[in-house]
Design a protein. Sequence first.
Lengths: 409, 267
Amino acid sequence: MKIACFHLMPYRDLDDDFEKKYPSSWFSLPFSEVADRQKVSQYFNWTLDELTFAAESGFDGVCTNEHHQNAYGFMVNPNLMGSVLARATRGTDTAIIQMGETAVFLNPPIRVAEEYAMLDAISEGRLVAGFPVGLGGDFSYSYGMAPMEQRARYYEAHDLIKKAWTATEGFAWNGTYYQLPMVNIWPQPFQQPHPPIWVPGNASPSTWDFVLKHDYSYCFLTYFGAKGAKHMVEGFWQRAEELGRDRNPYRLNFLIPVGVSETDEQAEKDYGHAAEYLYHKGLHLPEQLLAPPGHMTHSSLTHLITKRPFPPYDEFKKMKFNDFNDKDYVVCGSAKTVTDRLTEIVKTLNVGHLMILPQFGSLSHEKTMTNIDRIAKNVLPSLRGIWEDTSWEDKWWPSGAEKKVKQAA
Amino acid sequence: MAKPRKRVVSVLGGSLEMTVNVAGKGKPLLFLHSAGGFYWDDFLDELSEHYKVYAPHFPGTAPGRPNDIEKVDNLWDTVIAYEDLLDALKIKKCILMGHSFGGLLASELAAQRPKAILKLILIAPIGLWTEKAPYSVWNWCSPSFEEIMDVLFYDKSHPAVVERMTPPAKTRAADQWTIDFIWTLGCTAKVIWPIPDKGLKKRIHRIGCPSLVVWGEDDKLIPPIYAEEFSRALNDSEIYMIPKCGHEPPLEQKALLFNKVHPFIQS
């Protein structure tokens, strides 16, 4: 079992009545009106401190991610952050998990091939190359490309990057979206033939098929909790079987906000505001902005409208900390409670890589550091052995991060 | 009300089939719909009493053919498809009318094949840009359905608006209505994202026929100032501003619109 520390890098100090004053915390929220530049500077440094501390404390990897034009999480270039982390953890076995620089946001996408190769070199082979399709709103509203092109561009960018990483000589690329006369990147990645590829997604069957076909690891990122994830994850494993893939738990990553306190009662005091802040303010997002018209294929759109597999986002606003905690949207409590619940989640969903979010919503730097410390000392040791007595091999862990057996601090 | 018949014709060297709604007799009138999709309203119906109306579905928006949108990659492909459509329908000369997104297509088609167009009627077209009145796909793709109702119409309680914009009562039909609405926005957005300023300003001078630019005075979606921008760019044009009217003159002010358009064509 591998456990990584994930960070969204949110704005942590939105006003209490923020969601009543602004229609969305995404895309159109005015920075100069809402944000304090001193605080923003502090958040970026705190985020780096928190992820570095997680690495020092015994997490197996540190995860960054990319979103744009929002207060929910604005780590707009994860590779800038990953670069600092790669250097700060030099000589350790911490995986640098970029979840990740989004190829279709960049033109040409070989920039991602190059930057990942640089990170792989700086980290001496500890890079996990995240390949997000990217949020529809980020792609189309923030970065100005037609929603209907996103998936096709993604597939093309993926093929181009893989070829750029592995080609033994320069080549011309004549694609639908990208044309390059001489692709010959310097450097190519440290890991051979290339870093392990993880693909994040939100239960889209077309992404499952892509991941399984290429034998990558899938990261299920959901806002609707581990209980709600169960039937969707079952769909993933069923599809894996149909496509001839085994049930190796390392094929699956799962992300979840976690808060550890001395007691279950104390957890509400420690994390109640932060959890409600994440869902009420960070995800204060009119649904139609998430997926602009054309983002989904016609069959996915039909599935969404006729089957309604997700509850409406407005439902979040009606929920309180105890609802989020009861439904495993967040896992907060004493170390024992958290360990038991995460163990249950990991075993139920058949997850080999757990991505823990120890900072969420408004959670302060101080509380986050305490939380990371408690998770590392009191939760990770019990989780780490979960798949140890099985014969499953983690084929999706970077070779440079396998140097020594990880011990909790 | 006339019931248009559907005709399917082949364009783009056979790689795309376009579905065209045809009704009426007389001079051919090609009507290009907005990003809201094809809808046979009273305005088209009345036109079909005087003209042979051809109203094609934009690729991907014809019933049962959603994936046809994959056959056009960009605006250039689209304009060529519509030019092929004229040939496929054996239309040598026609009256060309476009509404909003369809106004952009109509302008492009008229610039591409100017000699085929007898009269051009643009109803609140997109396609030009001035810093004085910025707009983008954000205006019509980002709002919720409730918000877009306020943006589109001067009076959303107008009976024609209510009839057009109320989903069917039965769940299955309502779901299909919602799917069609979103999908049509997505298909049309594909060729103009993110700002429909795609170079028409460098081509519009080729349009030589008499042109009528119509705008609702209360259009909150595309600023009425663009009536002047279009009129200035066109060689031979007049402007007609419609009072108490938003972005949808065919629904909100059908009589005023028809009473202006019909004599303009006849003149």
